[in-house]
Design a binder for this molecule. Structure first.
Ligand code: G3P
Length: 219
């Protein structure tokens, strides 16, 4: 994955699922192509195959289960994610937390099948623990700032600094409330190698405009 990067989590936001997910994914690809910026998207499992078919930017699953073929009703199979063209997966998002054991096994199986892992942590300390399991990137997101108007960069620069210290510069994303170039710029200046965000883009009236603005913060 080219760093620094901007990862947009589509969650299940209304304007980011189903046919809207395809449209929004294409907007991300267009901005990535026009600007040369590294942009990835995390889409829900039901949309993943269709999205992967229409864009060439990295597409992440929002979750996977640490299982292989067999009797696992309702689970998300890592092998299948790889087969349909997912680039990687988010894990342990604040809205889909899993046990440490599941994090460890999920990272291991993702690596085995060739999926890139971004593992979320609510605190820098949790990020430091997760680092031991060997994910590709760790995204520190204070849950209380998720979906809010004040970004982690502005409300919690000390959190970003702490996370850089505990997780390391070359594998840290930060997120929560990120919505403009300044938020991206501060995060990078403090040592993060990218941001993870959702509503700033997925709920925007003009997501392309917001994305272009966010990308300008990478420089
Ligand atoms: O996964 C990104 C997310 O949790 C942050 O959400 O809406 O605060 O950008 P948001």
């Amino acid at each position: 994955m080219k760093l620094p990067t901007i990862i947009v989590n589509f969650k299940l936001h209304e304007k980011a699922v189903g046919d809207c997910a395809l449209k929004l994914a294409k907007i991300h690809e267009k901005v990535a192509q026009d600007t040369g910026a590294s942009i990835g998207i995390a889409v829900n499992a039901l949309d993943l195959r269709r999205v992967v078919e229409v864009v060439s930017i990295p597409v992440f699953a929002q979750h996977l289960d640490p299982v292989s073929f067999g009797s696992h009703t309702g689970h998300i199979l890592p092998e299948l994610l790889k087969e349909i063209g997912a680039f990687g997966t988010l894990l342990n998002h604040a809205e889909h937390q899993i046990s440490d054991d599941e994090i460890r096994r999920s990272i291991a199986i993702a690596r085995e099948v060739g999926l890139y892992t971004i593992v979320c942590a609510n605190t820098p300390q949790k990020g430091q623990e997760i680092k031991e399991y060997g994910p590709d990137l760790i995204a520190v997101e204070p849950p209380e700032l998720i979906g809010g108007d004040i970004s982690v960069s502005k409300a919690g620069p000390h959190i970003v600094e702490e996370a850089v210290k505990l997780v390391g510069e070359n594998r840290l994303l930060v997120g929560a409330g990120v919505c403009d170039a300044e938020d991206v710029g501060i995060a990078l200046k403090l040592g993060a190698c990218g941001v993870l965000l959702a509503s700033g883009v997925t709920k925007a009236d003009d997501p392309e405009k917001v994305l272009r603005e966010l990308v300008s913060g990478l420089n």
